[in-house]
Design a protein around this ligand. Sequence first.
Ligand code: C2E
Ligand code: MG
Ligand code: MG
Ligand code: MG
Length: 287
Amino acid sequence: NSKDLGKDRWTCFTGDLKESSDQEATLELDLRRAIRSDEFFLVYQPQVNLRTQEVTGIEALVRWQHPTRGVLSPGVFLPVIEKTNLAAPLGQMVIDKAVKAASELEKMNVDFCRMAVNLSPSHLKSGLLMNDFIDAMTRHGVTPDKLKAEVLESVFLDETSNHNALLLQELHDLGLHIELDDFGTGFASLTHVADLPINGLKIDRSFTAKLLTDQKKEIVINHLIHLARSLDINVVCEGVETDAQFDRLRMMGNFSVQGYLIARPMTFDHLTDWLASVQGDIAFNGV
Ligand code: C2E
Ligand code: MG
Ligand code: MG
Ligand code: MG
């Protein structure tokens, strides 16, 4: 009867909850170990201007080379990272590797514009972020004009938003570019954008995915492109997967795109091969 069913469901429910918090605790221990033993690496995805095909940026994305589970995506472990005190150590590592990659590309004379690093909200809160950038730039001899930082619009909206905005302003003053990631999925209003220390908007891939089937998405993208142009900020449209999407976007303006159609996120070696193939006329030392 229904009473028994309810009881079963309850048992089952508490069982699952316990299991998931156990799993989370295990994952946290595993992550601590992984940070100590340097199991994280970055993959790189290019952003290109859809008119000129120039590379206008490269986004660094973190991966975990797990000893038994294979390569894990950030979706699996970032939620736990954000809840613990691991965001700053992981973030520091990501910044160091991304800046090092930028330095290597510069040595190869590759014109990649800026290397983009995703900033973790907890790392922002930690107060260590600025120093981590300065340390990495000093260590690898990279100037801020080769770097940009991607932040979620939520960092400007929660209770630490004032602190975050000041910190991002400092990074911006130093010469880094700041871009709003996944734009359109949060609650940042368009008027808000004008007051923030940002150089660019990344239009979330949920808009791109429905560009050809949902006219409202097309209207929003159009609007964002025009807004960005009038505020003199850059646009990157995320998640471009098909020629049809590319062609439609190309009709809408002059901006950058990123997605599987252009290139999937790649290891550093694949990235340099890819860059050599699209920038064949640029001098490559030793590639
Ligand atoms: P994001 O910054 O919005 O990055 C874009 C995500 O979309 C990446 O997933 C990328 O692999 C994926 N993607 C790129 N092109 C396409 C496409 O054409 N179609 C589809 N379906 N997906 C595409 P990934 O690497 O799994 O990263 C997920 C999220 O994790 C990122 O979203 C970012 O918020 C976060 N993240 C990644 N790396 C880092 C990092 O180093 N630090 C921090 N704090 N967060 C990171
Ligand atoms: Mg990003
Ligand atoms: Mg994004
Ligand atoms: Mg995202």
